[in-house]
Design a protein around this ligand. Structure first.
Ligand code: E4P
Length: 215
């Protein structure tokens, strides 16, 4: 499963990219608003790192506006995936952008039927928001299970990008189900690395090493 960071922070992206565990980045207007830089400047900084997949979201809500923004965003860098919201206007824009060869990440997906439609119009990624469903008292991971099953039934090429991840168990469950990608905040990715027994074990090895005669 590919691991993406859900952030617009260049510092966070750089940290994980340099460790070598990062496959891509997803941004959204909320994340971009925290950085105090223009959208284009941010995208140029992120793509300059060499990240192979960078999702950038349109803010227009009508098809024409989405097409205009999508076509502009894809010109920023070859690694840009245009993020389009799951609405009728968004489906229409996705179909046109996909036919032009633009890779679309269909976002704000909360039902299996929405995922079916995203695939139908040629989205490259579909982004079910599991944490927001959990927040509503609905099992977000069940949605991922349903989408993966449906896509497998029909050999759909659209990749399932598990979004709105809140903790490491979301990542484990997404991988067990066979989702293609999980995108997560920096703090969650950091937790994938850590285990208290790793720290304890390392401390003990280093302590015992002090007893080994040197020379
Ligand atoms: C995904 O592409 C979204 O940016 C993101 O995962 C939303 O997560 P949130 O529910 O934590 O805002």
């Amino acid at each position: 499963m590919q691991l993406f960071l859900d952030t617009a922070s260049v510092t966070e992206i750089k940290t994980m990219w340099e460790i070598g565990i990062l496959d891509g980045v997803t941004t959204n207007p909320t994340l971009v608003s925290k950085e105090g830089k223009t959208f284009d400047a941010l995208l140029r900084e992120i793509t300059a790192l060499g990240i192979p997949s960078v999702s950038a979201e349109v803010v227009a809500t009508d098809t024409e506006g989405m097409l205009r923004e999508g076509r502009r965003l894809r010109e920023v860098h070859s690694s840009i995936y245009v993020k389009i919201p799951m609405t009728s206007a968004g489906l229409k824009a996705t179909k046109i952008l996909a036919s032009e060869g633009t890779r679309v990440n269909m976002t704000l997906v909360f039902s299996p039927n929405q995922a079916l439609l995203a695939a139908k119009v040629g989205a490259t990624y579909v982004s079910p928001f599991i944490g927001r469903l959990d927040d509503q008292g609905q099992d977000g991971m069940e949605l991922v299970r349903e989408i993966v099953t449906i896509y497998r039934n029909y050999k759909v090429p659209t990749k399932v990008l598990v979004a709105s991840v809140r903790h490491p168990m979301h990542v484990v469950d997404a991988a067990k189900i066979g989702a293609d990608i999980a995108t997560m905040p920096f703090a969650v990715m950091e937790k994938l690395v850590q285990h208290p027994l790793t720290d304890l074990g390392l401390a003990r090895f280093l302590k015992d090493w002090e007893k080994v005669p040197k020379g």
